[in-house]
Design a binder for this molecule. Sequence first.
Ligand code: ARG
Ligand code: ZN
Length: 880
Amino acid sequence: MRTDTGQVFKLEDYRPNDYLIPQTNLTFRLSPEATVVTATLTVQRRDGVAAAAPLVLDGDGLTLKRVKIDGKKAKPADLLVTPDQLTILKPPARRFQLLIETELAPAGNEALMGLYRSSNVYCTQCEAEGFRRITYFLDRPDILSVYTVRIEALREEAPLLLSNGNPGDKGDMGDGWHYAVWHDPFPKPSYLFALVAGNLGEVADSFVTMSGRKVELGIYVERGKEKLAGYAMDALKRSMRWDEEAFGREYDLDVFNIVAVSDFNMGAMENKGLNIFNDKYVLADEETATDADFANIEAIIAHEYFHNWTGNRITCRDWFQLCLKEGLTVFRDHEFSADQRSRAVKRIAEVRTLRAHQFPEDQGPLAHPVRPRRYREINNFYTATVYEKGSEVVRMIRTILGADAFRGGMDLYFERHDGEAATIEDFIKVFEDASGRDLSQFALWYHQAGTPNLTVSSTHNAAAQEFTLEIEQSVPPTPSESRKRLMHIPLAFGLIGAGGKPVAFSSVEGASVENGVIHLRKRRHMVRFSGVTERPAVSLNRGFSAPVTLSVEQRADDQFFLARHDSDAFSRWQAFNTLLTDALIAAFREFLGGKQPVFATRLTELAGSIAGDETLEPAYRALALSLPGDADIAREIGKNIDPDAIHAGRQALALAIATANAEAFSGLYHRLANEAAFSPDAASAGRRALRNTLLDYLSLLPGGAALAAKHFQSATNMTDRAAALAVLAHRHHASPEANKALAAFEKTYSSDPLVMDKWFQIQASVPGPQTVETVRALTRHPAFSMANPNRVRSLIGTFSSANQTGFHRADGDGYRFFAQTVLEVEKRNPQVAARLATALRSWRSLEPGRQAKAREALLSIANAENLSADLRDIVERTLA
Ligand code: ARG
Ligand code: ZN
């Protein structure tokens, strides 16, 4: 574990290194306890740098065996060596060869950064700074090098030897050893290096690119699981085609390989020509994976593939520019999924995710700009803000420019920066140049943290036929940014009249309005529409054109009207969701005041009419009917949170909706049953989603447990089975039906870790104070392991970030368990521990009792000895 030096890295301190490494040759002699890595680097001093400049290479916990400079053994006096740095004090010439030999023990590498073993497979993770755990190097993304890699291993232990680029020479070495050479002609930063060696099953296919080149495709998985890689392969080929059609981007190597491993810190990694994946995002069939798993696989396969152009061919100058590749690539994978599935449904799901993960980050102590200006540990900046808000910012550029000019800007980006390590300024410039627009105010979206709020009110003057929107923007203060500048916010809108028809206007003043978008640039705009004969209902932030919060003074009648008639599918969903949220906040207040909430009949009726509206896609109806979560409501309320009262309100509304629509829901539920054959396509998944949502409601009515038990038993796929299990465990906790189903599930899937993750997840999210006990007990379950990130996230991560009533138990036991566990995970894997620890980022919005207990837990982490840089950074910022 890297010791915390307390060093803060600052954007303004960037300067290029004195040296370049145009070529990198690596030889790996693999063995679990003592792998020898020989790096032969061609080092070149940059023009204009003084001859005496020392070469300072990054390392992280390395054991150095030998160093040669231009073929001669280096003298001790020529070097400064620590596990974390190697300095060549007097490089001999402008250009020289540096040989570095290090020795590693991949088997003991539980941090899963650098070279490690996962189920006896050697694999690597180098982003962001893992390469320095393999050899000393200029481990920074602006050092682009051409790599040639030779891998040597025992053939029996590792028949498969993979690295980046195209395959070269291979053969036997005697004594049971063999080797393979890989050469990657595209210069790349060290974080994109990868190596895999082991005994894996292969799924092979090929793809012919738009210019007619044939690319060999391989997906490598644990032997016996080849059948589970078919969907991933199909998603890969669709991604390759889509990038050609949507962005004109063609694949560039002769081979493209994907390897699935069981121990992985994140989702997946875009190493050039050799993507390495968390197996959870590769392996799927109807028996073991849910529709959500299929959708995630499709999205992540696409995401990593799209990085080949946005990330690899054009990379980042430094880690402050992370959103240059991540925000843009998320935008691209969102667009891909929208094209493959339903655009409206995809957009709603994206916004729900953004609000659930990015908004609380942006509104709490860990807030940072999409392009941060400082960090202590870069691994802690792979955040919802960099990824999801980063994607929203790219989407806004397209909204402002229009699709054609946006595509022109992207073409210019690829043309101008291919082969470079670029910045956000470079990115913005291509769109300015392609469109002739000034994006300087818009660029604040990259530089300024916080979620802007828009306060909106409207008036209609019938006599003057004038409709006025008064809109005011404000950006709340965030850590180290107390004063905010005014942003350029593209606000898509619609004026809607009787029957849902758009209301015409003859002219507009007070803001520039183009193609249904109001461009807000000042603190306050009075946007006056003339020639408006009837009072319209206003649909605001259509399609979620800007990642802002809205405080709208709107009549409830208008909100109901929009929920039925808005022609923008996203906004119609939003209108209904706002009605639900308002009702849930009111219910929370009733419970706090010791009263039972009463819900408006027209609200529960509207839920029924949405459920039964055959003109709407089933997936859309399912999304509309799934109530805002406990955490969503907490975020809307903002302070003095008592999760138990929120949850009680949510239960009450669910019951009211179920009761009011019992017959209709039941009829629809039965009509949706039994599709002939399983297909993971979006339409079939949507029907399952609607049916499972209806089951959740029906389970609240008399006979509900029996209905869910029957659903569980008769399920023919994991989507239905897991949904029924969750309904039983959450709605009928500790009932005979729930216990029986949990036991049956455990028995059937005990040897399938990815399916057992669902079993852990479902139990970790059972509402109520007793769940901390369950989760404690489950940490001792034979299928659980503190060393595997997927297990830890399923059990501990779900409990702490997706179970408001369980985790925030009033006596603080949830927090105590959490603090202990985070410290235990940290001993092996600081990165996963730091991510877990973010679950307490909103602690200041809790009611005073819980707040004090949460603070104690945070302090107990902060005061632990030898904290890693990763965890210290999160905990100190959270407490600050
Ligand atoms: N670049 C990867 C992606 O596709 C994420 C890798 C992050 N890894 C890390 N250790 N921080 O999004
Ligand atoms: Zn990415």
